[in-house]
Design a protein around this ligand. Structure first.
Ligand code: HEM
Length: 350
């Protein structure tokens, strides 16, 4: 209670644990507060946290390469193997080492065929995948699933902090679905119940329209191509699109494009209305569209929806949990999660 928590960081650690479990059935335990506070680590947790730390460092330093005043000047630092480039090289090799170890043992494991994680499915489906190919698959999933859902939810909670009307509607929906499910096998929310939450789905989508976790996306053309509007793109050209700007364009979203209005996603019968991915580009569009979209929504909706027991953040947690969020010193807001009377979510800006 009364503890200051960086919400985005907590959500990111949660997402990393989650995506590691899905990708190769390993829980790095990044949410474990004892690990966070530097308490003694056993062999397995030490393995996992070293991996998580190296992964985080490698992602951060790779992104930093775009921030040099002189583009590509990092190549000189890399050549001399010093500073951030040395740290990046070391982190990448730690990540590769861990991933290779897991892949290697999974290939030898006789039970792989029964396992449901992504890596096991790939290993069981063919003997022809090289270890490098499997490593690239696993790493691309970790990369794609780690920062995106945490970014989306941080902005979502931030928006909710100033929109009690939206919060009330989310709570109404959650309560009515919960009332229907009480006494059932799950006694609360299962996958189907989460899918029924149309308003919550709309509220999260509307938040990603205004604050897409991947605000700008770019690609290189491998061969000459023509865009649907007739624009020629030559091989080797670099093209990018800006989801952040597209989500705020009047031509796309109408006069109220700058307003946060979940209702724009709801049909007259109360169900969620999908938008074309070429208009709502948060998950990209076309053949390389996000493969984790459905999982991301389920993950985000299950975080917003209350459980009957409090999330295990600390052993001496009292039923009402307050999280104080500080983001870069620019704003603070308080999030409290009261699970005693099934008031799932309360977000107050300070
Ligand atoms: C709110 C959450 C998420 C958002 C906004 C999001 C967004 C995106 C975007 C924009 C791309 C295209 C990237 C590019 O063109 O380079 C992408 C690709 C991808 N995403 Fe997501 N993502 C989310 C969550 C996830 C999760 C949880 C997973 C996996 C567990 C995931 C797996 C992938 C994969 C594997 C790709 C690559 C697809 C390909 O290249 O064929 N994503 N995502």
């Amino acid at each position: 209670m009364g503890r200051v928590v960086d919400l985005q960081d907590v959500l990111e650690r949660f997402a990393f644990d989650n995506v590691c479990k899905v990708s190769f059935d390993l829980d790095p335990g990044c949410l474990n507060p004892e690990l966070e506070e530097g308490a003694a680590r056993d062999e397995e947790s030490s393995f996992s946290t070293t991996f998580a730390e190296a992964f985080r460092n490698a992602t951060f330093l790779s992104a930093q390469r775009f921030r040099y005043a002189i583009p590509r000047s990092w190549k000189i630092i890399k050549l001399f193997d010093i500073g951030s480039e040395r740290s990046l090289r070391e982190s990448i090799s730690t990540v590769h080492e861990f991933a290779d170890q897991i892949i290697h043992s999974r290939k030898k494991d006789k039970q792989t065929i029964e396992k449901q994680d992504l890596l096991s499915r790939f290993v069981a489906s063919s003997d022809n995948y090289s270890e490098k190919f499997l490593r690239d698959i696993v790493i691309s999933f970790l990369l794609a699933g780690r920062e995106t859902t945490s970014s989306a939810l941080s902005w979502f909670f931030w928006i909710l902090s100033s929109r009690p009307d939206v919060k009330a509607k989310i709570l109404d929906e959650i309560r009515s679905i919960r009332a229907k499910n009480i006494g059932s096998e799950t006694n609360g929310y299962d996958f189907e119940a989460l899918k029924e939450m149309n308003y919550l789905h709309a509220a999260i989508s509307e938040s990603m329209r205004l604050y897409p976790p991947v605000p700008v996306n770019a690609a290189w053309a491998m061969k000459d191509d023509v865009l649907p509007d007739g624009t020629l793109v030559k091989a080797g050209w670099f093209i990018s699109y800006n989801s952040f700007a597209m989500g705020r364009m009047e031509a796309n979203w109408g006069k109220d494009c700058m307003d946060y209005r979940p209702e724009r996603w709801i049909d007259s019968d109360g169900t969620f209305r999908q938008e074309s991915p070429f208009k709502f580009t948060a998950f990209h569009a076309g053949p390389r569209m996000c493969l984790g979209k459905e999982m991301a929504y389920i993950q985000m909706k299950s975080i917003v929806t209350p459980r009957e027991t409090a999330p295990a953040i600390s052993n001496n947690l009292t039923p009402t949990l307050s999280l104080w969020i500080k983001n870069g010193g620019e704003y603070n807001f308080q999030l409290s999660r009261n699970n005693l009377d099934f008031q799932p979510l309360e977000v107050n800006r300070r």
